[in-house]
Design a protein around this ligand. Structure first.
Ligand SMILES: [Zn+2]
Length: 467
């Protein structure tokens, strides 16, 4: 099967053919850095990281551009409330986002442009739109520049709406001098005490939509392959990006992919809910790789309704995989990932990135591998372990990869191993003298420290556990 995706614009699944053979260009709307990320934000990063890894596995040279919106009403409001500079708020939260992406194993983008670094490109795009009759500076001299929605007949095509039925664009306080309430701001005129940049139409600051059109085409070209983002961005953000770039004469995105949202108790995440779902909070309950498994396992277009139980189930599922690979290497030594992934795994991912079906294939190999371990069939163990590693590395979930096995942590593991061995010897001698209370006490103390001990026919083995 060839690679295919559900394209929001076409409202159907389409075969993916890259613009340039052997390459794929991908633009992903990144963070507006007014607050640190909760897991709803990072879900998008994980979903598109899996897409990027799959495209790379398929032999494509992937360029991923993920922007940072570092100027915005909300950032300014946070800065004013805290009495700090707007750029300090943006810096601080951008670092939190980067740390979260890194800790969940999302590969860094090829380029991560910030809005405020691309004002000249935005001015040029506005000039092209004004010259073509698709945008106008506000007649009141405020410095606002608006997109003229009525001048662009296909406005609404991405979100499948007709202009007549659209609500007014809520992107400026006063709708200063808009020709039509649905016109949206490309540029926002300066207000006292707010950051602003010079343009031929007065001082002001970037509108959110304009920056993504300017940055995507700067780094990926006037036409590029895939535009991604959360489903909540389809309207107005992506509709407006599409209108700006198409009206300026650019081909823009050839495929639109949107990930589903993360809810809690069926509700969209509010700020108060979001606080309990900040990445460091969640990482007190599970390890980063287990959170990645949780966010990545559902189909990217489905809704994830967050619950602690579901998170723990995902962690257990990951631990089953990890347990097999650890036992396999204990029995047969180091196992390299297979050169190719199984066909059933490949066709699951080719079919609109069916990660749940792909993981079912992984778990099938883990089950069969465990049976082979019980039967002492070392060749079959090696084969299942190699296949599992190949598949897991495509998903960014290989427990034996340096990311998750811990390059520097490997040395530490030897130290812990030696210490646990001392504790287990003491437990063994307590048992020998039938002091079961002492033996259980040692086991409980280890568990409190995060070391779970399991007695196996080949003697006790341990692993790190959380939660
Ligand atoms: Zn965007």
């Amino acid at each position: 099967m060839s690679l295919r995706f559900y394209d929001t614009s076409a409202r159907q699944v389409r075969d993916f053919t890259p613009l340039h053979q052997g390459c794929a260009s991908l633009y992903l709307c990144g963070a507006t850095v007014q607050a640190p990320p909760h897991i709803g934000h990072i879900r998008s990063g994980v979903n598109f990281d899996i897409l990027r890894r799959w495209l790379t596995y398929k032999g494509l040279d992937v360029t991923l551009c993920r922007n940072v919106t570092d100027i915005d009403d909300k950032i300014i409001r946070v800065a004013q409330a805290e009495g700090v500079q707007w750029w300090a708020v943006a810096e601080r939260n951008q670092r939190a986002f980067t740390a979260a992406y890194d800790s969940l194993g999302c590969l860094p983008p090829s380029v991560e442009p910030r809005a405020t670094g691309h004002v000249p490109e935005m001015i040029e795009l506005m000039r092209r739109l004004i010259d073509r009759g698709h945008a106008y500076p506000a007649a009141d001299g405020s410095g606002d520049v608006y997109f003229d929605v009525r001048s662009f007949p296909t406005y609404g095509s991405l979100s499948n709406q007709r202009v007549d039925q659209m609500r007014a664009s809520a992107d400026s306080d006063s709708d200063r001098a808009k020709r039509d309430p649905r016109d949206f701001a490309l540029w926002k005129g300066a207000r006292p005490g707010e950051p602003s940049w010079d343009t031929p139409w007065g001082r002001g600051r970037p509108g959110w939509h304009l920056e993504c059109s300017a940055m995507s085409t700067k780094y990926l070209g006037a036409t590029f392959d895939i535009h991604g983002g959360g489903l909540d961005l389809v309207f107005p953000h992506h509709e407006n990006e599409l209108a700006q770039s198409s009206a300026a004469g650019d081909g823009f995105a050839r495929y639109w992919l949107h990930n589903g949202l993360l809810t809690m108790g069926g509700e969209k995440m509010s700020k108060s809910l979001g606080n309990s779902l900040l990445i460091p909070e969640i990482l007190r309950k599970v390890r980063p790789v287990e959170l990645r498994y949780y966010l990545g396992q559902a189909h990217y277009r489905s809704v994830i309704d967050y619950s602690d139980d579901a998170l723990r189930e995902a962690a257990s599922a990951y631990q089953r995989i990890e347990g097999f690979l650890t036992r396999a290497t204990e029995v047969i030594g180091a196992v390299e990932p297979a050169y190719r992934v199984p066909d059933s795994f490949a066709s699951a991912l080719d079919d609109d990135l069916g990660v749940s079906q792909a993981l079912a294939v992984v778990h099938g190999h883990v089950r069969d591998g465990n049976t082979a371990l019980t039967e002492g069939a070392k060749e079959r163990v090696a084969d299942h372990a190699a296949q599992a590693r190949a598949m897991l590395s495509v998903l960014g979930l290989d427990p034996l990869s340096p990311q998750w096995a811990g390059g520097d942590g490997a040395g530490l593991r030897d130290v812990v191993d030696a210490l646990v061995a001392v504790a287990l010897e003491q437990r063994q001698s307590a048992r020998a003298r039938k002091d079961y209370a002492a033996a259980d006490g040692i086991r409980d103390r280890l568990l409190e420290a995060g070391v779970a001990v399991e007695d196996t026919p080949r003697g006790p083995r341990w692993e790190l556990r959380r939660g």
